[in-house]
Design a protein around this ligand. Structure first.
Ligand code: FES
Ligand SMILES: [Fe+2]
Length: 450
């Protein structure tokens, strides 16, 4: 009997879809099918999530030796911890004996992890140090060869990234021009930042790329989908003025989107609306003066570190007549299948700020960008229907999506040749260049051309 499956090379259908997309992207067109496709998803896990640097948490979550939290890279669970010597490690949560998960809690403090099945014991640096009845069962085993599997790990301003591929460049090189913008924000204070409360997480029935693409720079949806949020006065700046700004291609598929509205604001608070007493704690002298001069007028900045780590700084007016409050969110769009993500959302604030400000900032973020946030609910609703559309038979085969904003004079966005900071910038924010860039990097990575 003829066996078609045996003769079909791995991912052949996904590869032809990607090659089609590589061509259509030159015209700013993307087939909707990429947003809900099992074969493509499996390929993404192999070609993207095992190769790129992924944000997994912040140092402040594990301040003391033995502290750990449980996190994910692609589909795999990892223990992110600080070992006895103070070093941060990212270790696969799987026993080398049968693969049983050895970490039984979401967070805690442990000097050792003991597998519940046969009792292998691992130190919190991953070393296998013993097992029950060792002399009878395993006296010939070289335990040094059987520690927990470990990911590469590095940090930037306390942000912990992990990577499963030894050939991927070091984090700093990988971040390319996005590092400059992360420095501008996360490097503002000597004391650094800390996570406020616990990271929140919740499930959205959407493909991970939809979320990553949005944070790469979909400023356009702000003026329609989130119009009502602006109308009720949730932010201290004008919705249309906020569309002034730059969309920046920051290397290796990373994107930054930054509002720069120089028109007079209802409230003028430079440096992302931080109150003056907090701005006074910023090391403005240490950061690039060119960058500081520019971000002085910024009201919001967001971006996506390819593939699925995002950041957002925005300001919220908590109540009429109260001063605006900025919040900082880090995100991981954790893939859980072609049509599902678990959103991980950390709120961070500078350590050297009053507790009352940290709490106000947390509330500002929670009311806008969290499971119960007004912006978040708008976003989730649309992201889910994109993913449904992509899974439906007729749409999947026939629907091509328009990503042409800013191409060939379509709209006002054009290359800002004068942009003095790193990256390739486009002005104003009515453009989809960042999103096309995200997808170009996506196709290249998937096809092994990155
Ligand atoms: S599976 Fe862990 S000790 Fe057997
Ligand atoms: Fe949104």
């Amino acid at each position: 009997m003829h066996n078609d499956t045996a003769a079909t090379p791995k991912y052949s259908r996904a590869i032809s879809l990607l090659k089609e997309m590589r061509e259509s992207l030159k015209e700013g067109i993307i087939p909707v099918g990429i947003f809900n496709d099992r074969e493509l998803y499996e390929m993404e896990i192999e070609k993207i999530f095992t190769r790129k640097w992924i944000f997994v948490g912040h140092e402040s979550e594990i301040p003391s030796p033995g502290d750990y939290v449980l996190r994910y890279i692609g589909e795999d669970p990892f223990i992110v911890n600080r070992d006895e010597s103070g070093e941060i490690r990212v270790m696969l949560d799987a026993c080398v004996h049968r693969g049983v998960r050895v970490c039984r809690a979401e967070k805690g403090n442990a000097s050792h992890f003991r597998c519940p099945y046969h009792g292998f014991i691992y130190k919190n640096n991953g070393d296998l140090i013993g097992m029950p009845a060792q002399q009878h069962a395993y006296n010939g085993l070289n335990k040094k060869e059987w520690g927990l599997l470990e990911a590469r790990c590095d940090t930037l301003h306390g942000l912990i990234f992990a990577c499963l591929d030894n050939d991927t460049p070091p984090l700093e090189e990988y971040l390319a021009d996005s590092k400059y913008y992360l420095d501008l924000l996360f490097g503002l204070q000597d004391e650094g930042l800390e996570v406020i409360g616990e990271p929140q997480r919740w499930i959205v029935k959407a493909n991970w790329k939809v979320a990553a693409e949005n944070f790469s720079g979909d400023a356009y949806h702000l003026i329609f989908l989130h119009h009502s949020a602006y109308e009720v006065g949730s932010t201290p700046f004008s919705m249309l003025g906020n569309m002034n700004g730059e969309q920046i291609l920051a290397g290796n598929g990373h994107c930054v989107d930054i509002s720069l509205d120089k028109t007079p604001q209802p409230v003028d608070m430079p440096y992302w609306n931080f109150p003056q007493e907090i701005v006074d704690t910023f090391r403005l002298d240490r950061l690039d003066p060119k960058g500081l001069e520019i971000v002085r007028d910024s009201k919001e900045m967001l971006g996506n570190i390819f593939p699925n780590s995002s950041f957002l700084l925005m300001t919220v007016t908590p109540e009429k007549d109260l001063p605006p409050v900025p919040f900082i969110s880090m995100r991981q769009w954790r893939p859980k299948g072609p049509d599902e993500i678990e959103i991980w959302n950390w709120f961070l604030m500078f350590k050297n700020t009053p507790q009352s400000f940290k709490e106000a900032s947390y509330r500002a973020g929670s009311t806008t960008f969290s499971l119960s946030g007004i912006f978040e609910m708008d976003d989730s609703m649309t992201w889910e229907t994109i993913t449904q559309t992509a899974g439906n038979r007729f749409a999947r085969e026939n629907l091509k999506l328009n990503f042409q904003m800013g191409m060939n004079g379509m709209g006002k966005a054009k290359r800002d040749e004068e942009w003095p900071l790193p990256g390739i910038a486009y002005y104003p924010r009515y453009g989809e260049g960042n999103q096309r860039y995200f997808y170009e990097s996506y196709v290249q990575t998937m096809l092994g051309e990155d």
